[in-house]
Write a new protein. Structure first.
Length: 56
C-alpha cells in the first residue's frame, strides 16, 4: 500500500481542478475512510479497489 504522496509522484494518482485525488487508471475520485485509532486515513478507488495511505 503506497502513500498518496508516492502515488502522486509515480503518476498513479492526480488532482482534478477541485483538488480531489483521482485514480489515474479509472479516473474515479478516491473515497476516504477514517479510523480514529490510526495515524492515517485510508483512500480507496471505488472502481479498481487500489488503496493509499494519507497521513493526517
Amino acid at each position: 500500500m503506497k502513500s498518496t504522496r508516492k502515488g502522486l509522484r509515480d503518476d498513479d494518482l492526480f488532482k482534478d481542478t477541485y483538488g480531489r485525488l483521482k485514480c489515474a487508471d479509472c479516473e474515479k475520485v478516491l473515497k476516504t475512510t477514517t479510523d480514529p485509532d490510526e495515524l492515517f486515513d485510508l483512500r480507496t478507488c471505488p472502481e479498481c479497489g487500489t488503496q493509499y495511505k494519507d497521513l493526517r
